[in-house]
Design a protein around this ligand. Structure first.
Ligand code: M6R
Length: 611
């Protein structure tokens, strides 16, 4: 969701805020704004609908001498994205400015109370209500820190906030409940940000605020307390990734860069975890729950979006290789549907960001019901990583493109390792383990071979850029890939697309097939190959256009397809890692041909921290 950045120190604040917002823009891009205090302690608020670049153009013409301020890039929840609803918000006589990520659920009740007390509100947003609510407490207690604390104690919902105020011009306040926020610790300067991308240019030392914590930050010091006024003992983390990992590095889009990073990121996900001689896997993060995993009678994956598709592949992998029953749950459904869980169950959250509200809530629900919880997460130190009993990082590095690509293949790498690890705890022989692991080690090179076909895929994309609909069909391990291919296309090109198990086509979707319908078949040479060929014939008979993802050397399929994109041969368990790559590229090139903003698709945000 939205991105927050704040700074207090000795450098000019405006360029720091604008640069930080650019780095956070993938979190929300409806509108952007900053609030800074100048050297005469005057508050300046500049905000507007549109992208951070629009804001940057405006502020460049208004040089403001300032070393303290906050900024925000928004993904609208309450109120349309326009200049007025953009953050920061202020109270009526601009004694404080606030940026907010999250949703204040009881804002209507607070709003009514404020209007009754004579306060004025000029926007439709819950954030303005929160700002004025804090002001109303300040009017009662005359202390800004206490006012923030008292207001937040009465607020229901989620928030990550940052505040500056002429009332205390040397103070930056940040607080969180449910929306991620960190403090970047510099030398005689400090930062606040929704994620580390906004601060690593200046510092790698960060503190992740916990739920219900408030921090009072000054140039050379900070204090963290809970909303009920207890002191907190913060832990300082070191951010491991480099600045160049969050820059485009010569690629036109982050998405393309991240697609091309996959040979490396897949290798990174496996690094240090493959024990080839033993035919086994080392997953250090799971050591504390090894006994439980050995006894597990079932596993439940919970996730959203692309991570949910990875979970579906995980189900196939673990049931095949470890023979443990697996269920896969949409986190948003699982959390509300009274699931039957016991202390013997292991619930595994998969999440790139580690902050997705539904996935986090599902894990909390599972914990309440006594289950063991694990996380397969990318962002180190994220809430899901911290709140689960144990877990495995996928080490994909920062993923900036809103459409998830490298995180998906890294999730599949970790799920493959997990399946082998669980299998070796049970019946899987060391020899079988070695065969699987050798093949996993060969995957990065095979991904590389597919990436070399980017031009061919771009050529296919050109021919279908004006299609109104797409169908993606796959069987077994490649059914989740069909779902993922369709999601990628929908997200970034706005073409309606659906993924189905190929055999389900004849139960309904076949009615959609005519000469205008492109159908993508994921049809590697596996034991269901002949079956999927029959499905291709069914589409051909109705004039549909066929794009096949096939195993190299398979000429038979080329005869019945309009286009064939080849992937190298691999074991069936690992085909999704390869077959998804052409689908990512196909979606990418179609979106580019249609002139869509690939890295910031409309209405989306990178991490969904609201319900
Ligand atoms: O950060 P998470 O993996 O928990 O995010 C889950 C989904 O929001 C995410 O995968 C979303 O579907 C992406 N936009 C897919 O490209």
């Amino acid at each position: 969701m939205c991105g927050i950045v704040g700074y207090i120190g000795y450098r000019p604040v405006v360029p720091i805020l604008i640069q930080g917002l650019k780095r956070l823009e993938y979190r929300g891009y409806d509108s952007a704004g900053i609030a800074v205090l100048d050297d005469r302690q005057q508050l300046h608020v500049i905000k507007r609908a549109g992208k951070v670049n629009d804001l940057a153009t405006t502020v460049e013409s208004l040089p403001i001498p300032s070393t303290i301020g906050i900024g925000h890039t928004r993904w609208a929840t309450h109120g349309v994205p326009n200049d007025t609803n953009a953050h920061p918000h202020t109270d009526q006589d601009r004694r404080l400015a606030l940026v907010h990520n999250g949703i204040i659920e009881n804002y209507q009740a607070i709003r009514t109370q404020l209007l009754r007390e004579g306060y004025q509100l000029k926007t439709e947003t819950d954030t303005e209500v929160l700002t004025v609510f804090i002001r109303s407490f300040y009017d009662k207690v005359g202390d800004l820190r206490e006012a923030v604390r008292l207001a937040l104690a009465e607020v229901e919902g989620t928030f990550g906030i940052a505040i500056v105020s002429p009332l205390e011009p040397d103070l930056l306040i940040a607080a969180r409940r449910g929306s991620p926020l960190l403090i970047g610790l510099g030398n005689n300067e400090n930062f606040v940000a929704s994620d580390a991308a906004a601060v690593i240019q200046y510092t790698r030392n960060v503190i992740f605020l916990q739920d219900n914590e408030i921090s009072f930050i000054q140039q050379g010091e900070y204090e963290i307390r809970t909303i009920d006024n207890q002191p907190s003992a913060p832990e300082i983390f070191k951010i491991e990734y480099d600045l160049e990992q969050i820059e485009k590095g010569g690629y036109e889009h982050f998405m393309l860069k991240e697609i091309f990073e996959q040979p490396t990121t897949f290798r990174d996900a496996c690094r240090g975890r493959i024990l080839l001689e033993d035919g086994n896997v080392r997953l250090g993060g799971l050591r504390p729950v090894a006994d439980k995993l050995q006894r597990a009678q079932r596993l439940i994956f919970t996730a959203c979006g692309t991570s949910w598709h990875a979970a579906l592949v995980g189900e196939y992998l673990i049931e095949d290789l470890a023979r443990i029953p697996v269920e896969v749950e949409y986190a948003s459904e699982f959390r509300y549907r009274n699931p039957v869980l016991s202390k013997d169950d292991i619930v595994i959250a998969i999440s790139q960001s580690g902050e997705t509200a539904d996935t986090l809530a599902a894990i909390r629900e599972a914990k309440l019901r006594g289950a063991t919880t694990l996380g397969i997460v990318n962002v180190v130190g994220s809430t899901i990583a911290r709140e689960t009993d144990a877990g495995v990082y996928i080490h994909a590095g920062p993923e900036i493109g809103v459409a998830s690509t490298k995180a998906f293949t890294s999730q599949l790498a970790v799920l493959s390792l997990l399946a082998i690890y669980l299998g070796r705890m049970r019946h899987l022989s060391p020899e079988d383990g070695r065969t699987l692991l050798r093949e996993l080690q060969a995957i990065p090179e095979k991904i590389q071979q597919i990436l070399q076909q980017a031009e061919l895929i771009q050529h296919v994309a050109l021919q279908y850029k004006d299609a109104a609909n797409f169908l993606y069909l796959g069987r077994s391990y490649n059914f989740p890939v069909a779902l993922e291919g369709a999601l990628k296309l929908k997200e970034i090109s706005y073409i309606h697309a659906e993924g189905y198990p190929a055999a389900e086509m004849k139960h309904g979707p076949i009615a959609l097939i005519d000469e205008n319908m492109p159908v993508v078949f994921i049809a590697p040479r596996d034991e269901l190959y002949e079956k999927i060929l029959s499905n291709i014939e069914e589409v051909r008979a109705r004039g549909g256009k066929i794009i096949s993802i096939a195993t190299e050397g398979d000429h038979k399929i080329a005869d019945v397809s309009d286009h064939t994109i080849y992937i190298p041969r691999t074991l069936p368990y690992f085909t999704p890692v390869l077959s998804v790559i052409p689908l990512q590229l196909l979606a990418y090139y179609i979106a580019v041909e249609r002139g869509c903003n690939v890295d910031m698709p409309r209405n989306l945000a990178k991490s969904v921290t609201v319900e």
